[in-house]
Design a protein around this ligand. Structure first.
Ligand SMILES: Cc1cc2nc3c(=O)[nH]c(=O)nc-3n(C[C@H](O)[C@H](O)[C@H](O)COP(=O)(O)O)c2cc1C
Ligand code: SF4
Length: 692
């Protein structure tokens, strides 16, 4: 199939200084929890994107000096020549597939506590960093600035040695470049005060970088053009735009972001595709250089429209490139329906934030390219002619059936309900979660193309039915249900409930139950569900109190950068939030609350209570089958395996991964440790272990 003519514009080459990008697809810098400690994992992940058709594949933020240490987030470093090979490894992987390799260099001053290096963080003025670490950055004097420019220059030279084609000057969010540019810069010397002064630091970074790399390498910039904080911050209509004007032709390309980070990478619950357009649209009028912008672009029509209307020259992308590294190639081949669209959940960010390789809800191969040899598009052919019955068409069952089908197995997918998609089909009807339905839609569209995968909705099977059907392998992916007794993290035993009290679960709400008001939502889950249910009930016109044992509602969503958005939305909806409280007792028209850190007892009126605590695996079928191995053998069933929430309730990403993993591993010899590890090789010590 050929691409549609209306997308031709996306495949026009773009000049970036001395280089030509093969098309308009630009993977913006993104951390991944792999960094310098997992260089092979990282190189394979970037290589796959180059293979998938991205014209430019960037690194994440790369530290140029120990004063910029992100650990435990394992980002890349380029501190001396010994750091070159790990980066060269990645540049080679990118080049192997014809893409340009970009590297982002700078210092993200206000992000770091420098926990490993114990260097004092640097900043334009003395201030604590954004993290709550009890440290403070010190104000750089002019000698420090000169020294810093030397580090930048040396790192840029090393980047060229490592084989990079593009050096990207980092002036985003927490970076020193941006901290100098921001109106929050309180310096009084020639690096503070007027915009011309505040832009000086970035100008010098661009100049020394250019000097270091020579004429054959492109020098680009990633800069915040609007802080989205009204009069207190930089705005593109004001100084943000003026700053671009002052630096307009210095870089070979402008990659512009509207910050802060939590705004740049908003989840689909808080921003649709192309949400940055209004801010980015002004940039092309301020420079002749190509402009890159982001917007969680998954629709080729939106992308083409951005180019045609002169908003952008290149389509910047991080999350859509994670969810589908082959997005450009699929558009090019006219395979639009095969695009695995990002759902905007930010699970990818949660990995990086915890110092572990990023995972993706839609793409279970993310981070597994090297250590498990999983390719996002290719999979080994089936290892036998065995047939497989998958029960349950939620995210685990759908992915399992899809990937088994891709391997060539004959698969029957039986779903008890009429609707397919399991939890995603239900959750995507909750406020803000519509895009989560893409987890189902992508898989159903793929399954539809596989004649040997048959889907049977409305087919509830018991153990006897399964044995009678006589498949070679049985996969139980029957999901989980929310617990009705309140047990979870905070309560090992059920919460006492007075007879007649209205106690509901998220399943009831998703099934259409309308609780009476005022309602109390007890959130001992700490992810999205408690807040979403509160939002839904407010939308239904109920007064809502959200009670949580944690310090904040939806506390885990720090990891997905959503917490501020969630708290703002709940505040706007006038949801009362009571942190540090457990539910001591649920009565007919009130709840008794126990403060976790005080002797205080209180109550709240409650006509209904929604318990968002833990989930119970729906594993009855699995246990019924496993209980009788002889009957299984007689039926010719070689294995019964439970996967996803039915095995252990978790994220949608974990369920998709479990389904994919089963499919990959069927009829395959899996080593005891099922992945390669990147380990330190200890050489004999060169000398005494203590110095001085
Ligand atoms: C997991 C993750 C890590 C990121 N790390 C970086 C980074 O190291 N440097 C940077 O400039 N931006 C980083 N970003 C921001 C992205 O480059 C991009 O601006 C943002 O995700 C919005 O684009 P998207 O909607 O295409 O995802 C990161 C984003 C994500 C999701
Ligand atoms: S984890 Fe979620 S937000 Fe991140 S790339 Fe995957 S689908 Fe998109």
């Amino acid at each position: 199939m050929a691409r549609e003519a209306r997308y031709d514009i996306l495949f026009e080459p773009v000049r970036i200084g001395p280089l030509e990008a093969r098309n308009r697809f630009y993977q913006t810098p993104h951390c991944n929890g792999m960094g310098g400690v997992r260089p092979n994992t990282l190189a394979a992940m970037r290589g796959v994107k180059a293979e998938g058709g991205w014209a430019v594949v960037n690194t994440e933020h790369v530290s140029i000096h120990p004063t910029d240490d992100l650990l435990p987030e394992p980002d890349l470093v380029l501190w001396d020549d010994d750091d070159i090979p790990a980066l060269a490894n990645m540049a080679d992987a990118i080049h192997e597939h014809g893409a340009l390799a970009g590297i982002q260099l700078g210092n993200i001053a206000y992000y770091n506590a420098n926990r490993m290096t114990r260097e004092v963080p640097l900043a334009p003025t003395s201030r604590p960093p954004d993290s709550l670490d009890p440290v403070q950055a010190r104000a750089m004097d002019k000698a420090d600035i000169r020294t810093f420019m030397g580090w930048q220059k040396a790192a840029a030279r090393r980047a060229v040695q490592a084989g990079f084609d593009i050096v990207n000057v980092d002036a985003k969010w927490y970076s020193l470049g941006f901290q100098f540019l921001s109106p929050k810069n309180r310096r009084t010397d020639e690096y503070g005060g007027s915009l011309a002064n505040r832009v000086r630091f970035i100008r010098e970074m661009l100049e020394v970088t250019r000097e270091a790399v020579g004429p054959d390498i492109a020098v680009t910039i990633r800069m915040v053009i609007d802080e989205l904080m009204g009069t207190g911050g930089l705005s593109v209509e004001g100084e943000g735009g003026e700053a671009i004007g002052l630096l307009a032709e210095l870089p070979d390309l402008w990659d512009v972001v509207a910050g802060p980070f939590r705004h740049d990478a908003r989840t689909s619950r808080f921003a649709p595709e192309a949400a940055h357009e209004a801010h980015v649209a002004l940039v092309k009028g301020l420079t002749t250089k190509p402009v890159v912008g982001v917007g969680r672009f998954t629709s080729p029509d939106t992308m083409a429209s951005q180019i045609e209307r002169g908003i952008l020259d290149m389509i910047g992308s991080t999350r859509p490139s994670i969810a589908d590294p082959f997005l450009p190639r699929k558009i090019e081949a006219g395979r639009i329906e095969d695009i695995r669209e990002c759902i905007g959940c930010n699970i990818c960010l949660s990995g990086q934030h915890s110092g572990t390789p990023s995972r993706c809800t839609q793409n279970p191969t993310m981070g597994e390219e090297w250590r498990k040899g999983w390719h996002p598009e290719r999979i080994a052919a089936k290892g036998s002619d065995d047939t497989v019955l998958v029960t349950g068409a939620g995210p685990a069952g759908l992915e399992c059936a899809r990937a088994l089908g891709q391997r060539g197995y004959e698969v029957h997918l039986a779903e008890a309900g009429k609707a397919l998609g399991g939890r995603v089909a239900r959750e995507c009807r909750l406020p803000g979660l519509a895009e989560w339905g893409r987890v189902r839609d992508y898989r159903l569209a793929q399954i539809e193309k596989l004649a040997h995968v048959r889907v049977y909705p409305g087919s509830r099977l018991d153990a006897e039915d399964v044995r009678e059907l006589g498949f070679g392998h049985v996969v139980v992916a029957t999901g989980a249900t929310w617990r009705r007794d309140g047990t979870g993290r905070c309560n090992i035993d059920p919460i006492p409930v007075e007879a007649g009290a209205a106690v509901l679960t998220p399943d009831d709400v998703m099934d259409g139950a309308v609780p009476g008001g005022p309602a109390v939502v007890f959130d001992d889950d700490h992810y999205y569900m408690g807040g979403v249910i509160a939002e839904k009930l407010r939308g239904d016109g109920l007064a809502v109190t959200l009670v949580t044992p944690a310090a904040e509602a939806a506390a885990w969503t720090h990891a997905t950068l959503e917490i501020d958005h969630i708290l703002s939305r709940l505040a706007a909806l006038e949801v009362e939030i009571l942190p540090y409280r457990n539910l001591a007792h649920i009565r007919k028209d009130e709840v008794a609350l126990a403060h976790l850190h005080a002797e205080q007892q209180e109550s709240r009126p409650a006509a209904s209570v929604v318990l968002v605590t833990a989930r119970a695996p729906s594993d009855a079928l699995y246990h019924a089958l496993s209980a009788d191995p002889d009957a299984l053998a007689t039926a010719g069933i070689k294995s019964v395996t439970r996967i996803g929430d039915c095995h252990a309730p978790g994220t949608i990403a974990a369920a998709v991964y479990a389904g994919h993993r089963y499919a990959r591993e069927l009829d395959t010899a899996v080593p005891t440790i099922p992945f390669l590890r990147e380990r330190l090789v200890l050489h004999p010590s060169p000398g005494p272990t203590t110095r001085g």
